[in-house]
Design a protein around this ligand. Sequence first.
Ligand code: HEC
Length: 249
Amino acid sequence: MTLADPSPWLAVLGRAHPVLLHAPLGILPAIALLEFGSALLRRPPPRGSVLALAWFGAATAAAAVASGLVLAGEGGHANELLGNHKILGIVLGGLCVLTAVLAFFEQRLPMRLSLLAALGVMIPTGHLGGTMTHGKDFLFAPFRELDEAPPPTTVFARTIQPILERTCTKCHNPEKLKGELLLTTPDGIRKGGENGPVVVAGKPEDSPLLVRCLLPADHDDHMPPEGKAQPTEAELAALRAWIAAGAAF
Ligand code: HEC
């Protein structure tokens, strides 16, 4: 790249669009505040400040339009959104310049109308621009996520599953399926093993899933087999309580 090559500089100007556009976004309401605020207070508007702001707004709006056009040329947003944003952005830039010119020639009423029109166009322009960068419905997404909040996790998911995962599923998973017992899914646990159900809801003492863990460690049927990671006393109590309460998933 050389300084004479304009394309990288152009690209940078394009990427400055999201920064540049915020200047008129702040300046237009500031002009409105001075202009209409003083009218409310029955004072003459501070003409010098209004005019200075109006020129500054026009210049930054023009820069925002120019950079926007460059950015649009980079592609990546070739759709209807961009088309509408572009048209509105050019109209908005034009209104900013018009407002400054009318302020310069002291055309109070037309200047105010032009300013109000610019403020009006600013809203959909900004909204479409935001939609392009943040995605559709960005603004109200937090409310939607509130509606779609996941259901509170169950005792099974919170307490029981982690115990089974730590001490049982190395052997009772879809690949190993020892004793034809699958302990990785609720369906597998409901179905039971080669000797039938392993959980009897409400009856811990009749549930092999717990009973086998309570057998003496050297018993042939003890689970998990001797030498493997064993559930703690607290975990056994949790299993018992869960089964006693109905073994819900
Ligand atoms: C190291 C492997 C291994 C681990 C870990 C293990 N098991 Fe087993 N399990 C087996 C084998 C092998 C069988 C089949 C032989 C038998 O019935 O003893 C079996 C059978 C069972 C059965 C009997 C199924 C039927 O219908 O016959 C139950 C119930 C069971 N396991 C529960 C558990 C529980 C609960 C855990 C965790 C606390 C666990 N197992 C951990 C290997 C394991």
